[in-house]
Write a protein that binds this ligand. Structure first.
Ligand SMILES: [Zn+2]
Length: 65
């Protein structure tokens, strides 16, 4: 019995950057900030929901490890 890992390796080092369309603006009402094509959000930096709020004070769960 032979277990052979047949992982498909990407050929070469070419890596296309994912873009989300050019000439987009923030979807927030009244905001017309242009979005980067690399920004996957539909809102600008100021209006996009933040996933990792960098708060110093820890509220709730404390991450250990
Ligand atoms: Zn905005």
């Amino acid at each position: 019995m032979s277990t052979h890992l047949n992982a498909s390796k990407p050929a070469g080092r070419r890596r296309k950057l994912r873009t989300y369309g050019e000439a987009r603006v923030c979807s927030k009402d009244g905001c017309s900030i242009r979005l980067s094509k690399y920004n996957r959000n539909t809102e600008c930096h100021a209006h996009a929901p933040r996933r990792f709020p960098r708060t110093r004070g820890v509220l709730g769960e404390q991450v250990t490890g």
